[in-house]
Ligand binder design. Structure first.
Ligand SMILES: NC(=O)c1ccc[n+]([C@@H]2O[C@H](COP(=O)([O-])OP(=O)(O)OC[C@H]3O[C@@H](n4cnc5c(N)ncnc54)[C@H](O)[C@@H]3O)[C@@H](O)[C@H]2O)c1
Length: 251
């Protein structure tokens, strides 16, 4: 894709699942990728998968719910690699619990990771992009944020929130040449989804039957669209939300 080789990217959630697959793809495209994840062992495994590819990977242990930690890691990344130009917000977390059975501590955890996390990354990283007059951002939301998902009320609120937030940021920052878009996965076979299947063993099977393309997503279904939206091929696309869900949701 045009305009990726040599670019510097920060990516959250690169220790596992969709974030790992995306980190590997961006390194294949020649990017220098700084992975921010709290699972350092996982980021080391991702870095090993990137070995021998054209770009470079740098890894940082960061809890994205902590704005100061995000700012410190961004300083270190820019010191090590140079000014950040691309941002992929991929980290996320949930557990399926009916809303009326949840409590405030659970809400705080879900909101901390899925809403404050992206807000922190935008506040720190996108600010630098805006000041420099160039940036591309992709945030991974969820179809839960478009159409709802039983057992995921607070998560859905966060994921819907990042869609609305992205549209607003895309309006505010168009004049700074920063584009921002959202990718919404459907049910995808990753460690996160594994937590759901343990609680509801028949879920994977019944979801696969409901998906027009007749299978769950896999991590490799996402790096192509994320890399495209970060590339110069997508320079006239901003404020958009794209579902990648085998046709489960069509809007
Ligand atoms: N798997 C699915 O079915 C599915 C569906 C829709 C949307 N999504 C979204 O896709 C994204 C990737 O999910 P995945 O399925 O690959 O999950 P995953 O569990 O495989 O990976 C999530 C990554 O986020 C990291 N992370 C979590 N909390 C963090 C924190 N506080 N600070 C730093 N890193 C943190 C984890 O360590 C992990 O590496 C998430 O935003 C998720 O909400 C997933």
């Amino acid at each position: 894709m045009r305009g990726l080789a040599g670019r510097r990217a920060i990516l959250t959630g690169g220790a596992s699942g969709i974030g790992r697959a995306t980190a590997v793809r961006l390194v294949e495209e020649g990017c220098t990728v700084g992975i921010f994840d709290q699972n350092f062992a996982g980021t080391e495994e991702t870095a090993a998968l990137c070995r021998g590819k054209p770009g470079r990977v740098l890894i940082y242990k960061v809890d994205i719910t902590d704005r100061d930690a995000v700012a410190t890691a961004t300083d270190v990344f820019e010191h090590d690699a140079g000014p950040v130009e691309l941002l992929a917000n991929v980290a996320g977390w949930d557990r399926p619990i009916p809303f009326l059975d949840t409590d405030r501590a659970f809400w705080d955890k879900v909101i901390g990771i899925n809403l404050y996390g992206p807000l922190n990354l935008h506040h720190v990283v996108v600010k630098r992009m805006a000041d420099r007059g160039f940036g591309r951002v992709v945030t991974v939301s969820s179809d839960a944020g478009r159409v709802g998902s039983s057992g995921e009320a607070v998560y859905s609120a966060c994921k819907g929130g990042v869609i609305a937030f992205t549209k607003t940021m895309a309006r505010e920052l168009a004049r700074n040449n920063v584009t921002l878009n959202v990718v919404c996965p459907g049910p995808t076979d990753t460690p996160l989804f594994g937590g759901f299947v343990t609680d509801m063993p028949k879920l994977a099977e019944s979801l696969a039957r409901a998906i027009p393309l007749r299978r769950l997503g896999v991590p490799d279904d996402y790096p192509g669209i994320i890399a495209f939206l970060l590339s110069d091929d997508a320079s006239y696309i901003t404020g958009q939300t794209i579902s990648v869900s085998g046709g489960l949701t069509m809007q």
